[in-house]
Design a protein around this ligand. Structure first.
Ligand code: KE4
Length: 430
């Protein structure tokens, strides 16, 4: 019997003090029909909850933990940095090192500014694109999530989609009017918006591989079409690689698909689990950012030494160790083919989408390639599957509209145990 009395008591208390008992909505497990487990520690591929239950973790803090939890070199880097103090509010050599690593691994990012979250990165990148072009409209895609900035909470994905509040109250009508929405993988929907708003669109922002309506890859040629349309219309192309950066390839989705955006936003992996975001790109655009230029953006803890130490160590490992992405691909392919065998043996109407080590199992019989098709998934069935897997010691992303992640720490035994748990869980719910 899978019991979580300590988590339940903690959640009871948390709800009196924290909205919904959590500090980020999707953690509340609301769409998967049970209360959350409270995590007490993590190591490698595993989490332990307050009741001592252990789980094979496929959330990885929503992407950052590509090396696995508590990776020794990263922990040591944080420990050493902390002995020299935790924050100075002044420039440090570590920030220069981080900028060098990013520029080396993502060559389109000629200059970069560190911030403290993916939301800050995307908000700043859009303000910069508006400053650079003198235009106001932002074009985003239904089901894509770029953080909780006002301009993005229009048909947003991730937790907003999970909770069916893709258009949040509190966003001023004027702000919402500044955001145009197109359909992912439908270049005609983009072309027609450019035809209607040609010289008013400052930027197109896209998750080059969507993680936030569940994992949805771009159709062949779609990203190139976006690149061409932005170039032809003088709009800034922003790749939101907060999730895909250093995840789907060492150089992110822009390396994988060979597309050069004008600006890129990063987060998650570049912090090694500490709060970090970044935006960067073409030098002629980035030179507008204060104090080099007039576009204002600032942050007390931007470039925090502990976060830089964790991030630099993580990126250094990803850069130094050969074969990391091949090993990640082997692990991911092993898991996907094992789950596919379970699906096929049970004749189930399920779909898997995967790009590298990010994936989603959709509870629907048709291909999921955009917001509309993602919405056809059976959330009840996904919730039941999630609960069955959790009880079998497998911690999936608690929403049908999220991506799950594999780390270097996931062993063959972890993966084979996950496949067996999936087979039993699918039998139990379908
Ligand atoms: P943060 O502000 O949460 O650091 O980053 C926002 C963000 C921006 N862009 C993309 C592509 C993202 O995936 C995110 C955040 N991702 C979600 C998971 N889908 C964070 C999890 C959460 O909201 O708790």
């Amino acid at each position: 019997m899978f019991l979580t009395p300590k988590s339940d008591a903690l959640f009871e208390k948390a709800q009196r003090l924290i909205p919904g008992g959590v500090n980020s909505p999707v953690r509340a497990f609301r769409s998967v029909g049970r209360t959350p487990v409270f995590i007490s520690r993590a190591s490698g591929s595993r989490l332990w909850d307050a009741d001592g239950n252990s789980y094979i973790d496929y959330v990885g803090s929503w992407g950052p933990m590509i090396l696995g939890h508590a990776y020794p070199r990263v922990i040591e880097a944080i420990r050493k940095a902390a002995l020299d103090g935790t924050s100075y509010g002044a420039p440090t050599a570590l920030e220069v090192r981080m900028a060098e690593l990013i520029a080396t691994l993502v060559p389109s990012m000629e200059m970069v500014r560190m911030v403290n979250s993916g939301t800050e990165a995307t908000m700043s990148a859009v303000r910069l694109a508006r400053a650079f072009t003198g235009r106001e409209k932002l074009l985003k895609f239904e089901g894509c999530y770029h953080g909780h900035g006002d301009a993005f909470l229009i048909k947003a994905g991730s937790g907003a989609m999970t909770m069916s509040i893709p258009d949040s109250p509190g966003v001023p009508a004027g702000t919402a009017a500044g955001t145009l929405t197109a359909e992912f993988n439908n270049v005609e929907s983009v072309r027609s918006l450019f035809a209607s708003y040609r010289d008013k669109i400052a930027a197109v922002i896209v998750e080059p591989v969507v993680g936030n309506m569940g994992c949805v890859p771009p159709d062949t040629g779609f990203l190139q079409e976006l690149r061409d349309l932005c170039t032809a219309n003088g709009a800034v192309l922003i790749f939101d690689e907060v999730m895909t950066g250093f995840r789907v390839a060492r150089g992110g989705a822009q390396e994988l698909f060979g597309i050069q955006p004008d600006l890129t936003t990063l987060g998650k992996i570049i912090g090694g689990g500490l709060p970090v975001g970044a935006y960067g790109g073409r030098r002629d655009i980035m030179q507008l950012v204060a104090p080099a230029g007039p576009m204002y953006q600032a942050g007390t803890l931007s470039g925090n030494p502990l976060a830089m130490a964790a991030g630099c160590e993580t990126l250094s490992i990803l850069m130094e160790e050969t074969g990391i992405y091949a090993r990640l691909e082997e692990k991911s392919a092993r898991l996907a083919s094992g789950i596919q065998r379970a699906i096929d043996s049970l004749w189930l109407p399920l779909r898997q989408n995967r790009v590298g080590s990010m994936f989603t199992l959709f509870f629907c019989r048709h291909a999921v390639r955009d917001y509309k098709s993602a919405l056809t998934a059976d959330r009840e069935k996904f919730g039941a599957f999630f609960r069955e897997m959790l009880a079998r010691g497998v911690y999936l992303a608690p929403s049908q509209f999220e991506a799950a992640f594999i780390s270097l720490a996931h062993s063959d035994e972890d993966i084979d145990a996950t496949i067996e748990a999936a087979r039993e869980s699918l039998k139990a719910v379908m």
